[in-house]
Design a binder for this molecule. Sequence first.
Ligand SMILES: NC(=O)c1ccc[n+]([C@@H]2O[C@H](COP(=O)([O-])OP(=O)(O)OC[C@H]3O[C@@H](n4cnc5c(N)ncnc54)[C@H](OP(=O)(O)O)[C@@H]3O)[C@@H](O)[C@H]2O)c1
Length: 434
Amino acid sequence: MAEPLRIALAGLGTVGAGVIRLIEANGALIAGRAGRPLQVVAVSARERNKDRGVDLSPYAWEDDMTAMAARADVDVVVELVGGSDGPALTLARNALGANKALVTANKAMIAHHGLELAGMAEAAGVALKFEAAVAGGIPVIKGLREGTAANAIERVYGILNGTCNYILSTMESTGRDFGEVLKEAQELGYAEADPTFDVEGIDAAHKLSILAAIAFGAQVDFPSVETEGISRLRAADIEQAAALGFVIRLIGIADTETGANGAPTLFQRVCPYLVPHSHPLARVDGATNAVVAEGNYSGRLLFQGAGAGTGPTASAVVADLIDIARGDVGLPFSVPAAQLTPMARADAGHRIARDYLRFMVADRPGVLAEITAAMRDAGVSIESMIQKGRAEEGGAVMVSIVTHEGPEAHVDRAIELLEGSSSLVEPPLVLQLL
Ligand SMILES: NC(=O)c1ccc[n+]([C@@H]2O[C@H](COP(=O)([O-])OP(=O)(O)OC[C@H]3O[C@@H](n4cnc5c(N)ncnc54)[C@H](OP(=O)(O)O)[C@@H]3O)[C@@H](O)[C@H]2O)c1
C-alpha cells in the first residue's frame, strides 16, 4: 500500500479525541477507501496528562501546538482547538505557510479569516478543508461544492445551531420558558457554560457566512450577517405560534439580490422564524441541524443530521483527510479565492414578508388603539391580533399580531413610531414567517 498520510493533530477535546478514536476504529476501511492509511504522527493540547479516554502513547507530544506545522514528518495539520484568532489562527497560518494541508472544524476562524487562509492554501497548492465547521457531521459543504456544482444556488437556509434547536423544541414540547430549558441544556451538556455564541445566533452566523460564500461565490462576510438569537423568546410566543400553525426555529438564510447599481448584493440573516408545520424544517427537533439548498436545476435539497458531537464531527474531519489522502486538493470555496466577489450587504427594507409581532403592554385602555394606529400610519396591514389573558408579570399583557405580506421597511417604521411609548413595557419582538 502507498505511503501513509501523516497527520499532526492540535486539540484533543470533544472533536480531537473523536478523530483519534475514529481513525483507530475504522483504520482498515479508511485505508481501503483512501488508497493509503491515515497515520497520526503528533498531537498537542494544553494539558499533557489529562485522561481523554484514548491512548496517546503512540504519538509524539508537542507542548507548543503552533510548532507542529514545522515538523518534517507531517503532511497535514488538523486544527481542532477553536477560537477565531489566537493559537488556532497562528497554527493555520504556519501550516499553510509551510505548504502543509490544513483541516479544521473551526467555523469562527473560517468566518473571520477564511479568505486569507484560502488564498494562502491556493498559493501553496495545498488543501484547506473545513467540512466539520458547518453542521458537524452533515456533508453540506461537499454537497454544495460538488453535488450542486452545476447549479446556480438561489437560496441556502437552515437550522445551523443544535443548542438553539434543542432549546426551542424542548420549550415547545414542555411549555417551559427559555431560562429554565437553557439551564437544563447546560446540565445535559447541550449548551456551554457561557451560551452566548449559541443562543445569540453568533455560531449560526459564522456557519451561514461560510455557506453563503460557497453557494454564491461571495467573499465570506460574517460582519454583515444580521443576527438575532433566541433569548427573548417566551413560552407564550411558542404557544401562540403553535395556535397559528407554526413552530419557532432559529434559521439562517442567505440569498443574493441585484443592488441599486446593478451589482449583486448579499442578504444574510440569522433569527428565529415562524416555520409552518408543513415545512420540512418544522420537523427538525432536538440537537439536529438541517440545511436546505435551492439549486436552479436540482430543485430543493435537504441535508439533515447531527450538527455536533464527537462522532459526527470527527466523521466530517476524517472525510476531509480521506479526500486529501486521495490527492484531492480542491478549492476551499469552490472558486479561486481571488475570484470571490465582494458583495455589499443587501438592503432588507424592500423584502416582502409576513411578520409576527409581540408586544408586552401596560394593562390599560387605549393601548391596542395606539398599536394599531402605528401599524396603519406605517402602512402595515394586520391579519390577526390576539391579546392573551389579563396582566401577570409586573402588570404587563401580551399582545401578538400577525401581518399580511408587506415590505419589511413598513414594519420597521411601525416599530419606530412606537419607540418610547409608555404603553410598551419592553421593546417589541418581531419575527418573520418562513
Ligand atoms: N464539539 C462539537 O460538537 C463541534 C462541532 C463542530 C465544530 N466544532 C469545532 O471544533 C473545534 C474544537 O471543538 P471541541 O468541542 O473539540 O473543543 P474542546 O472540547 O474544548 O477541545 C479543545 C481542545 O483544544 C485544546 N486547546 C485549547 N487551547 C489550547 C492551546 N492554547 N494550546 C493547545 N491546545 C489548546 C484543549 O486542550 P485541553 O484538553 O488540554 O484543555 C482541548 O483539547 C472548535 O473550533 C469547535 O467550534 C466542535
